[in-house]
Design a binder for this molecule. Structure first.
Ligand code: NAP
Length: 335
């Protein structure tokens, strides 16, 4: 295959105010980069869009430095090696890495990992067998430590992380309950084996509707959403319950500085354990997590829908769609 002579890539044009707009990103063209010594030139096939990127384009340091205005939009991607200058990879290999929103990338060998296309479709390396799957697996098992028979509530349950959390909870013998933004998503998570679903947009007030779907209270809460729903969930936690704080997507574009309900009395009297995490905490154990998730996937005990946007040019739209609830399962761009 002869390579085109131009590479298209998205830069951050400006720090978004509230909800990101497509005009916050700039598509530019440059020469295809040279294959680096000790590295590979990769052609992107799939790009992952993820809510955490909202924090990275907020102009301030969170747990990592921000992506600066004028810089490449970084994110996970999978692709195929088109040229190699390292013995670790050969032309034609499928790889995954963090090379971002672009057609081609020159990447150091240490910053990519091999993807086996026979194990699962290669985009699964961005979903159940990638950061998404590791977030669900370690965030649930390590921080919630769910026991068979317990009730596990997960918010953002039809999304990439949330749908995996509920399915893992079922594998562990728990009662899995999810909150979602549409009735179709409620139907979807029931089809995955969730015991109950709550549409947080229509089933109000939350305390009553949560009590309906969690009649025995909540032992484990895996929170992707935050906001008022989480306030209500905290009030229904059982004695010595565990809360894994994974994401707060309802707050990412919110500039209202709403204080919300203070949960500390609840934490105190019920002796709850509430812990936030960044998945890279378990990076040294990803091989273990991936092995277990791959096994469950092979056994048909895990499934994940994909919401696919076509073409690199659709990447900003795909990203913004996360905050509009457009995706069911993993949101991906097919380059
Ligand atoms: P996702 O759930 O596949 O996609 C985002 C979903 O969030 C949307 O489909 C939408 O579903 C829901 N949402 C959007 N705006 C919302 C709002 N205002 N209130 C409630 N829900 C809203 O994304 P993901 O990649 O799986 O990530 C899920 C969460 O995990 C995010 O908060 C993300 O930041 C977090 N995360 C954390 C880590 C970590 O290391 N801590 C790693 C990965 C992801 P509905 O239609 O159901 O509203």
């Amino acid at each position: 295959m002869t390579l085109p002579d131009r590479n298209r890539r998205f830069l951050l044009a400006r720090v978004p105010e509230g909800m990101p707009q497509e005009s916050d990103f700039l598509l530019e063209e440059e020469a295809i980069p040279a294959c680096p010594t000790n590295g590979v030139l990769v052609r992107s096939l799939w790009i992952s869009v993820d809510p955490y990127l909202r924090g990275r384009i907020s102009g301030v340091r969170t747990y990592v430095d921000p992506i600066l205005t004028g810089s490449l939009m970084e994110s996970a991607a999978t692709g195929q090696v088109v040229e190699s200058q390292t013995p670790h990879f050969k032309k034609g290999d499928f790889v995954a890495g963090m090379w971002g929103w672009q057609d081609y990338a020159a990447v150091d060998a240490a910053r990519v990992r091999l993807v086996d296309p026979h194990e699962a479709p290669i985009q699964t390396a961005l979903g159940l067998l990638g950061g998404t799957g590791m977030t669900a697996y370690f965030g649930l098992i390590e921080l919630c430590a769910p026991k068979a028979g317990e009730t596990v509530l997960v918010s953002g349950a039809a999304g990439a992380v949330g749908s995996a959390v509920g399915q893992i909870a079922k594998i562990l013998g728990c009662r899995a309950v999810g909150t979602v933004g549409t009735d179709a998503k409620a139907e979807y998570i029931r089809s995955l084996g969730f015991d109950a679903a709550l549409n947080y947009r229509t089933e109000l007030p939350y305390k009553e509707s949560l009590r309906r779907v969690c009649p025995n209270g909540i032992d484990c809460y895996f929170d992707n959403a935050g906001g008022e729903l989480t306030d209500a969930a905290m009030a229904l936690m059982n004695f010595r319950g565990r809360v894994s704080v994974c994401g707060q997507i309802s707050q990412y574009n919110d500039r209202s500085q709403d204080v919300g309900r203070r949960p500390f009395t609840e934490i105190l009297v019920k002796q709850l354990r509430v812990e936030g995490f960044i998945v890279t905490r378990w990076a040294s154990r990803f091989a273990e997590g991936r092995k277990q998730m791959a096994l469950w996937l092979k056994e048909g005990r895990l499934r994940c829908e994909e919401t696919v946007y076509e073409g690199l040019e659709s990447t900003p739209r795909a990203f913004i769609g996360l905050f509009r609830g457009e995706n069911t399962g993993k949101a991906l761009v097919r380059v």
